[in-house]
Write a protein that binds this ligand. Structure first.
Ligand SMILES: *Cc1c(COP(=O)(O)O)cnc(C)c1O
Length: 392
């Protein structure tokens, strides 16, 4: 077989994001048995660092083996039993996927559909809870990566409590980029993924379960339909003092996650959130000068993912191809109904720097100039620079 050398890329898409060298190095450390006492300290460290990241004291806080979608399945298959009514906010690809998973579990998905780019209004959730009682759970995507919409969650937890419904939240893209306050917001099940704002390779899905969610899982009428993702069984491996074999832990990935959580701790969450907001403000200011307008309204725009509509006179595919081939920069195109209509620019974790924002805007201006789409070169860079100088 020939050697493979991946080309150098600046990953500014919807994930994976750039991975710090320290994390890549951790991946190459010698393996340990997954029941080795030395490895168990790695697991403990991960659990201890994940709790403040999720802002929770939940003892059940682990990393599920698999990507974000494994976290999603774990969240749904453990809670939903045949016949259960589940309210699902559907405003993009991931809400759609969640509704599918609910239905595959035999659940009745009550879909709250809103146009892509918008968020699910909390009073729409309240109305659905009242109309459809009893509801087993409400499922929402905190950061809808397909549209850049930032779902408000604060008012929803209390509504769920009042109707004895669990609150399940997809924090795949939000965790590590904006606050995810599991305990304060009354979230019962929250999952994420390693390759977005945690800046670790894809392969693990952090997951936390409230005591209430755990008791719902323990009192199931039917066994969880997935053996691999049965959190009742997986719990015995992660529980200190028990550590019973369930499946072989992805040892190297857990080394990597431990390292990336260490880097997040070092930076501190408030500084990390501020970094995401500042770089996003600069990016959006620059994009607006190029007539690239964010799809969500100003109050519901995610900092780590900007989804902008591309004017019809631009050949969006050709621009993305040039960004990749000439500048080594990856950004995302649109999915589903947004295919060919939007760009999705991610500033997640390690990818989220001033240098990357300016590099990207510069490359984009250069391409626009070549096509004759930009009459006053430098406008995007200037707009971004103004945001940075104001922040100094
Ligand atoms: C990326 C993503 C997922 C799926 O994660 P994979 O790692 O691709 O399986 C789920 N939800 C959201 C919001 C995402 O952005």
């Amino acid at each position: 077989m020939r050697d493979f050398f991946p080309p150098r890329r600046l990953l500014l898409g919807p994930g994976p994001s750039m991975v710090p060298p320290r994390v890549l190095q951790a991946l190459s450390a010698p393996l340990l048995g997954h029941l080795d006492p030395a490895f168990l300290t790695v697991m403990n460290d991960i659990q201890q660092s994940l709790r403040p990241l999720f802002a929770t004291t939940n003892p059940f806080t682990i990393a599920v083996s698999g990507t974000g979608s494994a976290g999603m399945e774990a969240a749904i298959v453990n809670i939903v039993e045949p016949g259960d009514a589940v309210i699902v906010g559907v405003n993009g690809v991931f809400g759609t996927r969640l509704a599918t998973v609910v239905e595959r579990c035999g659940g009745k998905a009550i879909k709250l559909d809103v146009p892509w780019g918008q968020v699910i209004p909390p009073d729409m959730i309240e109305t659905a809870l009242r109309r459809s009682s009893p509801v087993k759970a409400v499922v929402l995507v905190h950061a809808e990566t397909s549209t850049g919409a930032w779902q408000p969650l604060e008012p929803v937890g209390a509504m769920c409590r009042n109707h004895q419904a669990l609150l399940i939240v997809d924090a795949v893209t939000s965790l590590g980029g904006v606050p995810v306050d599991v305990d304060r917001w009354g979230i019962d099940v929250c999952y994420s993924a390693t390759q977005k704002c945690l800046s670790c390779p894809p392969g693990l899905a952090p997951l936390t379960l409230s005591p209430q969610a755990l008791s719902v899982i323990k009192s199931r009428r039917t066994p969880c339909q997935s053996w691999y993702l049965d959190m009742g069984l997986v719990a015995d491996y992660w529980a200190e003092g028990s550590r019973a074999y369930h499946h072989t832990a992805p040892v190297s990935m857990l080394y990597a996650l431990r390292e990336s959580l260490g880097l997040i701790e070092q930076e501190g969450l408030p500084a990390r959130f501020a970094r995401h907001q500042l770089n996003s403000d600069a990016l959006v200011a620059g994009l607006m000068e190029l007539e690239l307008t964010p799809l969500p309204s100003a109050e519901h725009r995610l900092p780590m993912l900007s989804c902008v509509t591309v004017p019809p006179h631009l050949d969006e595919g050709a621009v993305r191809q040039q960004l990749l081939q000439q500048f080594g920069i990856e950004i995302g195109g649109g999915l589903g109904p947004l295919k060919g209509k939007v760009w999705r620019i991610g500033l997640m974790g390690e990818s989220c720097t001033e240098a990357n924002v300016l590099t990207f805007l510069n490359a984009l201006e250069e391409i626009f100039i070549r096509y004759g789409w930009l009459s006053t070169p430098g406008v995007a860079l200037q707009a971004a620079a103004r945001i940075y100088s104001r922040a100094m």
